[in-house]
Design a protein around this ligand. Structure first.
Ligand code: ZN
Ligand code: ZN
Length: 375
């Protein structure tokens, strides 16, 4: 039996679909037949060549993609349950972590595996056994004894696809930032991360949620996801005016938590100035090397500011994210997040579309595309 893997050989270029033999899972491993994969902002960074420092220039038979869900095709010996102890059988829908904390180092022992300095990353060179190491392919080989969660029946695939990235990431980040009942939150950027953050913060008991973006479609969606105030960059064209707007909406104090979910470092100084004294800045957005900003350290000291920066999340967050989804399916229109679904064989077109939407900022579209592997 063979399965397809999408391979990128030139940045901003076409993908090539290659076939590889589908492996049998070793004891403890799981072979998953993927049904959906998402095109995330970070995948676009990779496709555009903005992460050459990491993946080489030119890319070396690059295969990637990290947002996905699928069905258990075959269970390795001794796998009988998911990470929450629920029985796991062939055919069950699952989601899983795409980075692999070692679980055996002094940082992991502190209890937050997101911080593991030895966490293994996905294999990104096509043709490396067990071949199915990323989201853009027919299968995924989940390495032995890794974290995996059964997807509740009521959560459709399109909603489940970004759970292992955006949703778990913001749920984890807001928890680490210490967001509490009654807090005010500013979300910079109402893209995939931002919209999920709004919905999660509402569920966590935030009192007032303010978001800032330029694209009208995203601002509408932000309100539907639970934002009290969706501010447009077109109405407030300068940082000074946006900072003042946040002050006005927080009784002059500034926000308890401000989260950068944009991905460009120039928003950070502005966001830091939106904090109340003693507030927390949550940095998640920037993942491209060389994203430099400058800020007055004395202003941080005088503002008693706390900065929390997060890459990835601890496995517990994925389990909680599924529970959050099940609880909020009726309240939040998660099904509006993915606007375009392309079959895997049209992956090149899907990337061009997703990228075009980002640059043009078409008000009528949402910038989320997904791939379908269903046959
Ligand atoms: Zn992602
Ligand atoms: Zn570790």
């Amino acid at each position: 039996m063979k399965g397809r893997v999408a391979v990128l050989r030139a940045y901003e270029g076409e993908f090539e679909l290659r076939e590889y033999p589908v492996p049998d899972p070793e004891p403890g491993a799981i072979l998953i037949r993927l049904t959906r994969a998402g095109i995330c902002g970070s995948d676009l960074h990779i496709w555009r060549g903005e992460m050459k420092d990491v993946y080489g220039a030119p890319p070396r038979d690059l295969t990637f993609g990290h947002e996905m869900c699928g069905r258990v095709e075959r269970l390795g010996a001794a796998v009988t349950t998911d990470s929450l102890g629920q029985p796991l059988r062939e055919g069950d829908r699952v989601t899983f972590n795409y980075v692999f904390p070692c679980g055996r180092c002094r940082v992991c022992l502190h209890g937050e595996m997101a911080d593991c300095p030895r966490k293994a990353r996905p294999i990104r060179v096509a043709g490396t056994p067990p071949y199915f190491n990323n989201a853009y392919g027919d299968y995924y080989y989940l390495r032995p004894n890794h974290f995996v969660f059964r997807v509740p029946a009521e959560i459709p695939d399109d909603v489940a696809t970004p759970v292992n990235c955006a949703l778990s990431q913001v749920l984890y980040g807001l928890t680490r930032a210490g967001l509490r009942q009654g807090d005010t939150l500013v979300v910079q950027g109402a893209g995939g991360l931002g919209l999920n953050a709004i919905a999660v913060a509402r569920d966590m008991g935030a009192d007032r949620i303010i978001t800032i973006d330029r694209i009208p479609g995203r601002l509408d969606l932000a309100r539907a996801f639970g934002a009290d105030h969706a501010l447009s960059l077109d109405d407030l064209p300068t940082p000074e005016r946006r900072i003042q707007a946040v002050r006005d909406l927080t009784d002059g104090f500034g926000a308890d938590v401000v989260a950068d979910l944009v991905g460009y470092p120039h928003v950070i100084p502005e966001g830091l100035r939106m904090l109340r004294s003693g507030g927390t800045y949550l940095e998640i957005g920037n993942i491209v090397p060389g994203s430099v900003f400058s800020y007055d350290a004395t202003a941080l000291v005088r503002g008693n500011a706390r900065i929390v920066a997060m890459a990835n999340y601890s496995p517990w967050a994925l389990g909680e994210a599924l529970a959050f989804l099940r609880k909020n399916l009726r309240r939040v229109p998660f099904d509006r997040l993915v606007s375009h679904v392309f079959p895997l064989e049209r992956i090149s077109e899907a990337f061009r579309q997703a990228d075009w939407q980002r640059h043009e900022g078409d008000a009528l579209r949402i910038s989320r595309a997904a791939l379908s592997m269903a046959t």
